[in-house]
Design a binder for this molecule. Structure first.
Ligand SMILES: Nc1ncnc2c1ncn2[C@@H]1O[C@H](COP(=O)(O)OP(=O)(O)OP(=O)(O)O)[C@@H](O)[C@H]1O
Length: 484
């Protein structure tokens, strides 16, 4: 997980430069740094004398004036300043609260700060008080990709666990093996100051002895294996679960069988179990599913036009065929520096062809596709996350939800369509959401190669009510401009 995402950094991403010296910007988070928890997890408040208070006020004023300057000069759009966005009421990262106000346990506060989070995002600020309320509240929540949903429900689970009880108390369903591992990592990082807390992965390949009971406090896994562990193998006593999380509900129901399995698991849980469901999109089918698994819910939902993030710039390129699309891609690479990119293709065949062509051009390419074994897929993603490869060419589902901070560009080499050839808006949103994570700038480029794909693109624009601009990839100056 990208822990340092919450701070302002001096590092430029590709050619998205940071426009001001870091020294100036660091003023913006001076105030938070004064109330961080110490090594024992206690929140340390500095005992400020009048002089110090004066100094602080000056710093605050300086920070505010810098912030105003940034906003006025429109520099906000040119930088990756999470802190600035977190102070912009129109941003999904905006928050008026601090993590202290969210009543987190000291060990968790310590974990949050150790991950480099300075303040909550909008979804965290809104969802956490509900999730931590007494008695526990059920919640159906939507927030854009990369705005901190995972961190929100991980905090909720960690807050409810009683380490002295050596049995599973929180159960989290993820749609894929990769996402289960990714979320597990967040749990491990955030629960770092909770050494007694244990986590088990209910994923294919994790074989346990028959008759065994699990003593771990949190179980995270995919629906099929979790169902086996609860119903058939009885490794878990579902009646003791206090918190049930269903993550990426839209992706979940797109996978054959997952919806039924999730509902069967939910039915085994006690009535007073807290049910939480998260999703980046809420088409009707997701909504119906959500209402089936979350009784009497509190609801946090976005308006359609809020679903896409303004920090991700969207373009399309007109081409005539596959070779021209490849050329357009090469032109993009020739004109802008791309930290890491994810490229989506419709078929495995195109993906392998493209990966081979890009390798011939000298790129370090990773290929991820559905026919690979889950362990292989996880290894590919890990290497990409570590930056060993700079380009990830992939087909579809296995790349959903993957959180890699350095992805500055997403290319739809083929536009996402459903099995009937209609635009797949959800998949579009998930794909472009691989960039622009937590306020970072991102670029999404769509390759259009026929009247049909132009029509798909137009329908995607209409759906999100968001203009996707044309980009001429033969014009290097124009490409350079979009990266500035
Ligand atoms: N309050 C915060 N401050 C700074 N960074 C944060 C904060 N919350 C989350 N992040 C970071 O932002 C990135 C995205 O967060 P997260 O994965 O929780 O988003 P998400 O909404 O679950 O995304 P997706 O819909 O794609 O699954 C992660 O790298 C995470 O570490």
């Amino acid at each position: 997980m990208a822990g340092a995402a919450g701070r302002i950094r001096g590092r430029a991403l590709g050619r998205f430069p940071l426009a001001l010296p870091v020294g100036d910007l660091s003023n913006l988070h001076l105030k938070e740094e004064k109330s961080k928890p110490d090594a024992n997890g206690a929140v340390v408040k500095t005992n400020a004398n009048a002089e110090k208070a004066d100094e602080e006020e000056k710093e605050d004023r300086a920070a505010q004036s810098l912030l105003n300057k940034l906003i006025r000069s429109n520099l906000v759009d040119n930088t990756n300043q999470v802190e600035v966005l977190q102070r912009d009421p129109n941003s999904p990262l905006y928050s008026v609260k601090s993590f202290e106000e969210l009543r987190l346990k000291p060990q968790l506060l310590q974990g949050v700060y150790a991950m480099g989070f300075n303040r909550p995002s909008k979804i965290q600020e809104n969802a956490l008080p509900l999730m931590l309320a007494e008695p526990p509240q059920n919640l159906i929540a939507q927030s854009q990709s990369g705005t901190g949903k995972t961190a929100a429900f991980v905090l909720a689970m960690l807050s409810q666990v009683e380490p002295a009880n050596r049995y599973p108390q929180c159960l989290c369903l993820s749609p894929t093996y990769e996402l289960a591992l990714q979320t597990g990592k967040v749990i491990e990082q955030m629960g770092k100051f909770y050494p007694e807390l244990k986590l088990a992965y209910a994923v294919r390949g994790n074989k346990l002895e028959r008759g065994q009971k699990i003593s771990e406090h949190i179980v995270i896994g995919t629906p099929g294996t979790v169902l086996d562990w609860c119903a058939k193998l009885k490794f878990i006593d579902p009646k003791k679960i206090k918190v049930f999380v269903l993550d990426e509900a839209d992706v979940m129901i797109a996978t054959q069988g997952h919806q039924d399995q999730s509902i069967r698991i939910q039915r085994m849980l006690p009535r007073n179990c807290q049910m939480l469901l998260f999703s980046a999109t809420f088409e009707d089918s997701v909504w119906k599913f959500a209402q089936k698994v979350v009784p009497d819910p509190n609801i946090i939902k976005l308006k359609r036009e809020e679903e896409t993030l303004d920090t991700i710039k969207q373009y399309y390129v007109l081409c005539n065929n596959r070779d021209e699309k490849f050329q357009a891609l090469c032109n993009l690479y020739g004109a802008i520096t791309i930290a890491q990119a994810m490229i989506f293709c419709h078929t495995r065949k195109t993906a392998s062809w493209l990966a081979a062509e890009l390798s011939k051009e000298g790129h370090q390419v990773a290929l991820l596709s559905g026919e690979m074994m889950v362990e292989q897929r996880a290894a590919v993603i890990e290497r990409f996350r570590e930056g060993k490869e700079k380009v990830l060419v992939t087909t579809n589902v296995c790349a959903r939800g993957i959180d890699v901070e350095q992805v500055s560009v997403v290319i739809n080499f083929d536009l996402p369509v459903d099995k009937d050839g209609n635009p797949d808006n959800e998949t579009y949103l998930h794909r472009i959401g691989r960039t622009g994570r937590f306020g970072k700038r991102g670029l999404a480029v769509n390759m259009v190669d026929s009247k049909h794909s132009m029509n798909i693109l137009n329908r995607i624009q209409e759906h999100f009510n968001k203009k996707i601009e044309r980009l001429d990839t033969d014009d290097l100056d124009e490409i350079e401009k979009i990266a500035n």
